[in-house]
Design a protein around this ligand. Structure first.
Ligand SMILES: [Zn+2]
Length: 376
């Protein structure tokens, strides 16, 4: 087990409705939840020094099984002491299974069967086969603190028959991965599928929960389906997951989405949104998203967000960052990445504090009201 011997993996400290504030115990320390997890796809949160990521308040980062398997190779990372040492990050790391990448790069898939999925690598086209056993082995080599099961992620809007196949296969793969070797102290999470189909999502949730993983993830949502249906599904599907284990919603990171899934009882979430948004020259603010390329910021001497305490907002104006963005200066990307990550980490920390005080409902309402005033 991946925590202090004998102790629980997860403890709920306060609740308000379904929302909860908790502590997740990992081999590399405690994580206070709800938690936003920055994505470090290739062993780096794009453009940021690990000390900066830590100073932003990040408690855990994600690594990507698919990409690290191909470049530089998980065996190489193992030989160099594991992913923490390789990227000089000594706090917890969660690695996904590669399932999401394989299935989102749909054109590269050659065949899916009960044994695994065969696809062509995006790096050199080499034919590769991912199985639950290999997903476990790669994540053991990386030495992450939380490893995810290989799942089959169908596209939004596929036929019910295909969705049902993905649910069946995801459970069968989870059963195999559950019994595979893992790194010392590594926790392992199952993933549910089923889209927004009530019966299939329920079946998947019950089957994965019965396998008794250290935590459970809600997968296959936030992939382009109707947002209202996604939130409705999240509400009831989260309630079906064991309350004494951490719940992870995969791939949500917009402010509204974060507040909605926290309200549903989700403890962990990740998204590339803060760094991807930075690359488009945009900043997240209390009043909504702004694109610094817009001419109206040319003489704007305000910080990105008046209430933010990040390194970008402490010293730099919107006008200056707009200039950097327009000239493709690296500092512009870095400042926007710092700010956007800090914004989401603070939003989430504020939600945790509000749950502890029993004021989450008003916190959520106040934050959403301001967001809706946005005209970007
Ligand atoms: Zn800021």
């Amino acid at each position: 087990m991946g925590h202090a011997p004998g102790g629980p993996v997860f403890e709920v400290e306060a609740t308000e409705g379904a929302a909860r504030a908790g502590v997740l115990h990992t081999a590399r320390g405690e994580i206070r939840t709800p938690v936003f997890m920055p994505v470090g796809t290739k062993g780096t949160v794009k453009s940021l020094h690990p000390d900066e990521v830590r100073e932003l308040g990040a408690q855990i980062v994600l690594g990507n099984t698919y990409h690290l398997h191909f470049r530089p190779g998980d065996a190489l990372i193992r030989d160099l002491g594991g992913l923490h040492r390789f990227m000089s990050w000594d706090a917890p790391i969660l690695t996904d299974s590669g399932g999401f990448q394989v299935f989102s790069l749909r054109d590269t898939i050659v065949r899916v069967d009960d044994e695994g999925v065969t696809f062509r690598s995006v790096y050199d086209g080499a034919s590769t086969r991912f199985t639950p056993e290999l997903a476990a082995e790669i994540q053991t080599n990386l030495g992450s603190d939380i490893a995810m099961c290989l799942d089959q992620v169908p596209a939004a809007g596929v036929s019910r028959r295909e969705l049902g196949e993905a649910v069946r296969r995801t459970t069968a793969w989870a059963e195999r991965q559950r019994d595979a070797p893992r790194a010392d102290g590594q926790l392992r999470f199952g993933i549910t599928q089923g889209g927004v189909d009530v019966e299939l999502r329920r079946r998947s949730t019950e089957e994965i929960a019965a396998l008794d993983f250290d935590g459970n993830a809600i997968g296959g949502l936030a992939i382009g389906e109707d947002r209202a249906a996604m939130f409705e599904t999240t509400d009831w599907a989260t309630a079906l997951l064991p309350a004494h284990k951490p719940r992870y919603f995969m791939g949500i990171g917009d402010p509204e989405g974060i507040l909605e899934v926290i309200e549903a009882g989700v403890d962990m979430f990740d998204c590339v949104l803060p760094t991807r948004t930075a690359r488009t020259g945009s900043a997240l603010t209390r009043d909504g998203r702004i694109n610094l390329r817009n001419a109206r910021f040319a003489r704007d001497q305000a910080p990105l967000d008046e209430t933010c305490d990040c390194a970008a907002c402490a010293r730099f104006t919107r006008a200056y960052i707009r200039h950097l963005v327009n000239q493709n200066e690296l500092l512009g990307l870095r400042l926007l990445s710092l700010h956007n990550l800090r914004f989401l980490i603070e939003l989430t920390r504020g939600a945790r504090d509000a749950i502890e005080r029993g004021e989450f409902a008003s916190y959520k309402r106040d934050r959403l009201e301001r967001l809706q005033w946005a005209d970007s």
